[in-house]
Ligand binder design. Sequence first.
Ligand code: NI
Length: 128
Amino acid sequence: SLDEGLLERFDRQIEREGYPTRSKAIADLMGTALVQREWKAGGEVAAGIVMVYDHHKRDLVNKLTSIQHDYHHLIISSQHIHLDHDHCLEMVVVRGDSRQVETLARRLKSTKGVKHSAIAAATTGGAL
Ligand code: NI
């Protein structure tokens, strides 16, 4: 009962994306919707938070460390990569209440001196 034009556009799009079957593409969309719902409902989620910053910025490393200690109960691991002489990339992997994870990500991102920060909002997998 789907609109034929819509179905054609969808099939062209998923072919470009390399999906082997339409059902795999639809299952992925359903998974994305369920994960988004998990985040909105305030359930337990998993995520990666990435930050790029200049470690020479005064007090910045201390501030970022201090924020992470405020949320130590969420943090599973963190990895620090020295990108070049000035820049660091830090990847923090978290698991816990979605609202707390969002607050942590927002606090890290809004810290003065952080050049880029993004969150990969994932799932613990149970709801899929
Ligand atoms: Ni570094």
